[in-house]
Design a protein around this ligand. Structure first.
Ligand code: FES
Ligand SMILES: [Fe+2]
Length: 330
């Protein structure tokens, strides 16, 4: 069961386009959950079951059948086994075997809070914030890359997204240059609410994005958005295409993660498929390293060696520990 730390944050579980007219099984924090929506569309920025999407434990409280095997009947979800019907808040409203019986309030399935943002469906059990993380000051065009399922913990995936000193080795000729493996000294600061932030990090990139044919000095900005979410903004010196990327990871299990990388870009010329294939290539370089790391959970209380080039990773680990995040950590 998740502890309070991670249960207080919003987590992405599915692309909004994955949820059709029937129920959808998803997995979050080691639990099977079911998403379903009542008739009618829902826009980004919507929060709460009233927006049309509900999320329940994927287990009927009657005899434990998976509710994701059921069907949507109007504005209720009907279990496939004995037909009990649940409303958008999870309350049982009717039991077909007893047509005149009015189910009491205790006849209910636990429900999660639901939001839709950045083209994804997000869930929270007991959120600190009213909505998933905002992504401010990024270019308007958004391209969704992934999701990728990775056999490691969500914090390992996010730390890799924050890690710059692997570029010259894992992404040689793409994001890094073997002749320049050095990491300049950079300050790690914090947002007003304490999340780690690097305002400026200058690096040479042979090929920073799908549209760049030549190398460039790039000004990076890194920000931890949540325990399993981060933002990277890139601005080449002297102008050119500005890009921002988010990593939004769904901690399915302690050691299995589903992650989306969103690209926000001023590149109007490269088609979506070109940007997605660039990201697929970059992630195919990261994946074997990520899945090789042991332990798969991120050690937040010692057990690995740090250098001064790992200041952001170290700050991320300290922040996770301070937030009481334990899922995916050791
Ligand atoms: S198990 Fe769901 S209605 Fe019986
Ligand atoms: Fe990488």
């Amino acid at each position: 069961m998740p502890t309070a730390g991670e249960a207080r944050w919003w987590h992405p579980v599915a692309g909004a386009d994955e949820l059709g007219t029937g129920p959808l099984a998803v997995r979050l924090l080691g639990q099977d959950l079911v998403l379903w929506r009542t008739a009618g569309g829902v826009a980004d920025g919507t929060v709460g079951a009233a927006g049309g999407i509900s999320a329940f434990e994927d287990r009927c409280p009657h005899r434990g059948a998976r509710l994701s095997l059921g069907r949507v009947v109007g504005d209720q979800l009907q279990c496939a086994y004995h037909g009990w019907c649940f409303d958008t808040a999870g309350a049982c409203r009717s039991i077909p075997a007893l047509p005149s019986f009015i189910p009491p309030a205790g006849h209910a399935v636990p429900a999660w809070q639901v939001a839709q943002a950045h083209g994804l469906i997000w869930l929270a059990r007991d959120p600190l914030e009213p909505a998933p993380p905002a992504v401010a000051g990024v270019p308007q065009r958004r391209v969704v890359c992934g999701p990728y399922i990775v056999e490691t913990s969500a914090p390992r995936v996010v730390e890799n997204f924050l890690d710059t000193s692997h570029f010259a080795f894992v992404h040689e000729g793409w994001l890094g240059d073997a002749a320049h493996p050095e990491v300049p000294a950079y300050p790690v600061e914090a947002t007003p609410d304490g999340r780690p932030l690097i305002p400026h990090y200058r690096a040479w990139q042979p090929r920073a994005s799908a549209s760049s044919g030549t190398g460039a000095w790039v000004d990076y900005r890194y920000e931890v958005l949540g325990p399993y979410a981060a933002l990277l903004s890139k601005q080449p010196e002297g102008g050119g295409v500005a890009d921002a990327y988010t990593a939004f990871a769904c901690p399915m299990d302690e050691e299995r993660t589903r992650v989306w990388f969103m690209q926000f870009t001023t590149d109007a010329a490269t088609p979506d498929a070109g940007l997605q294939s660039f990201q697929d290539t970059i992630f195919s370089q990261d994946r074997p390293i990520l899945e090789s790391q042991r332990p798969r959970r991120l050690p937040v209380s010692g057990g690995e060696l740090h250098s001064a080039a790992d200041r952001l990773s170290a700050a991320y680990r300290r922040w996770l520990a301070g937030q009481g995040i334990s899922f995916g950590c050791c």
